[in-house]
Design a binder for this molecule. Structure first.
Ligand code: SAH
Ligand code: SF4
Length: 409
C-alpha cells in the first residue's frame, strides 16, 4: 500500500517522494487532522496532483514563469489575468481572449483549462438570500449563498453583499448539529473551485460582492493550502481584488492552522464556531473539541488577535437544551472577555433528520442579556435564508437525498 504521512506543507510518501502542497491529497474521511506528521493515508483516498492545472488556480507568478518557459513574454500573463478577473471581461473560455495569438491559446488551453462549475440551481431572489447550487467537473455538488445588505457581523462594512463560500465537498468533522457533516467528507475543493464560486455568483446575480465568508460546506482550515491559494487570488490586484479584511474564515477550531494563519501576511478575519463554552458541552456536539479543547483553542485565538491586531468573532448556535443554559452564557462571557471577542448568537436552523431545535425567543434573549450585562459585544443573527435552506450544507443535502441527479435539475 502506498502510504504517506505529512508535515507542514509537505507530503511524504512511503517510497520517499516528497510533494509540496499536499492539499491535492485528501485525507481519509474519518481522519480528524489532515497533514500532520504521523498521519497515514490509504492510497485509495488520494488523488494525484491535478494536472493540467486550471487557469483559476494559478497565481500571476506561476502563469508568468509558465509563459517564460514557453518563450512567451511575461506581459501575456497580465493580459490573461485581466481576461479572467476584470469585471468587464471574465471570459469563460480561452477563445474569448481575443488579443492572444490563436496558437498560444490552444497550447494554454491544454495546460490550463478553464473549469468553471455549472450553475444547476438558483433559489431565492435578488432582494433576499440567493443560493447557488454548483456542479463540479466530477459531478459533485457544492453551494454558495449570496446574502444582500447584511449587517456588519465580522467587523466588515455593513449594508453590503456577502457571499458565503464552500471549501470542501462534505465535511470530516462531524459536528452533531450540522448538515454538511451528515454524509461525511468527500474531497477538498481546489483553489479554482473556491475562486469560481465568487466569479459565478457575481455573474449570475449581476451584483458585486463586497464581503466573503468561508462558512459554506466544509472546514476551510482542513483544506489549508488550497484555501490560502484561493484567498491569495481573491485578494490580489491582478485577481478579484477583494480586500483581505473583507474576508472571514470560519473554523471549528483547528488550533495549528489558526496559528499558521495568524503568521500569514493576509489580514483575513477569523470566526470561531464555538457553540459551547465548556469542554463538557462543546465535546458533546463538536468531536474536534476532544483534539483541541477550549483552553487550547483560546490560546490560539489570543495568538491570532495579537499577531493580526484584530478582534475575532465567536459564533454560537443556540440549540435547545444543549448549550442554551445561563451557566454556559456566563462561561462564554468569560471566554469572550479574555480575548475581547465579539459574539454572534445564531438560533439553530433545523436540519431534516436531526433532532435539534432552536430555543424559544425568551431563552435566546436571556442568553443574549447575560452576555450584554457583562459588557460583551453580542448580537443575535436572525437567519435570512432559513426558508431556502441557507444553513451550511442543507441545500445540497436536500438535493442529494431527493435523488435528483446532478444535471437533472
Ligand atoms: N467548518 C467551518 C465553516 C463552515 S460552517 C466551521 O464550522 O466554522 C459555518 C457555520 O454554520 C458554523 O458556525 C456552523 O457551526 C454553522 N452551522 C452549521 N449547521 C448549522 C445549523 N443547522 N444552524 C445554524 N448554524 C449552523
Ligand atoms: Fe464541518 Fe463546520 Fe459543519 Fe462542523 S460545523 S461539520 S466543521 S462544516
Amino acid at each position: 500500500m502506498n502510504e504517506h504521512s505529512t508535515s507542514l506543507g509537505v507530503a511524504l510518501f512511503s517510497d520517499g517522494r516528497r510533494v509540496r502542497n499536499p492539499s491535492y491529497f485528501p485525507l481519509k474521511s474519518n481522519e480528524f487532522l489532515p497533514f500532520h506528521q504521523g498521519d497515514v493515508y490509504d492510497a485509495a483516498f488520494m488523488i494525484p496532483c491535478i494536472s493540467p492545472r486550471p487557469l483559476h488556480a494559478l497565481s500571476l507568478d506561476e502563469l508568468e514563469s509558465g509563459l517564460r518557459e514557453m518563450g512567451e513574454p511575461a506581459y501575456r500573463a497580465k493580459q490573461i489575468m485581466e481576461w479572467s478577473y476584470h469585471r468587464d471581461k471574465r471570459v469563460a473560455s480561452w477563445s474569448g481572449m481575443t488579443n492572444l495569438p490563436a496558437a498560444l491559446r490552444t497550447k494554454l488551453e491544454a495546460q490550463h483549462p478553464i473549469r468553471l462549475p455549472e450553475v444547476v440551481q438558483v433559489s431565492g431572489s435578488r432582494d433576499t438570500t440567493q443560493k447557488f447550487l454548483l456542479k463540479l467537473q466530477d459531478g459533485e455538488l457544492i453551494e454558495t449563498v449570496l446574502i444582500p445588505a447584511s449587517p456588519a457581523l465580522y467587523g466588515e462594512e455593513s449594508d453590503r453583499r456577502t457571499l458565503c463560500v464552500s471549501s470542501q465537498v462534505g465535511c470530516a468533522y462531524g459536528c452533531k448539529f450540522c448538515a454538511s457533516g451528515l454524509d461525511g467528507w468527500k474531497r477538498h475543493l481546489t483553489p479554482d473551485e473556491i475562486v469560481s464560486q465568487v466569479l459565478l455568483a457575481e455573474k449570475v446575480s449581476g451584483e458585486r460582492i463586497n464581503n466573503l465568508v468561508f462558512m459554506g460546506m466544509g472546514e476551510p482550515m482542513a483544506n489549508y493550502a488550497n484555501f490560502i491559494k484561493a484567498i491569495t487570488i481573491l485578494n490580489a490586484p491582478w485577481g478579484v481584488g477583494l480586500g483581505a479584511r473583507k474576508m472571514t474564515v470560519s473554523t471549528s477550531g483547528l488550533v495549528p492552522r489558526i496559528r499558521e494563519l495568524a503568521d500569514h501576511p493576509l489580514q483575513i478575519r477569523l470566526a470561531i464556531s464555538l457553540h459551547g463554552a465548556s469542554d463538557a458541552v462543546r465535546s458533546q456536539i463538536m468531536p474536534v473539541n476532544q483534539k483541541y479543547p477550549v483552553a487550547e483553542l483560546m490560546d490560539a485565538c489570543s495568538y491570532y488577535c495579537e499577531r493580526k491586531k484584530q478582534m475575532i468573532t465567536f459564533e454560537y448556535i443556540l440549540i435547545e437544551g444543549v448549550n442554551d443554559d445561563p451557566s454556559e452564557a456566563r462561561l462564554l462571557a468569560e471566554l469572550a472577555r479574555g480575548i475581547r471577542a465579539k459574539i454572534n448568537l445564531i438560533p439553530y436552523n433545523t436540519v431534516e433528520g436531526l433532532p435539534w431545535n432552536r430555543p424559544s425567543e425568551a431563552v435566546q434573549e436571556e442568553f443574549l442579556s447575560i452576555l450584554k450585562n457583562r459588557g460583551i459585544a453580542a448580537t443575535i443573527r436572525r437567519e435570512k435564508g432559513h426558508d431556502i435552506d441557507a444553513a451550511c450544507g442543507q441545500l445540497r443535502r436536500r438535493v442529494s437525498t431527493a435523488s435528483l441527479l446532478p444535471g437533472s435539475l
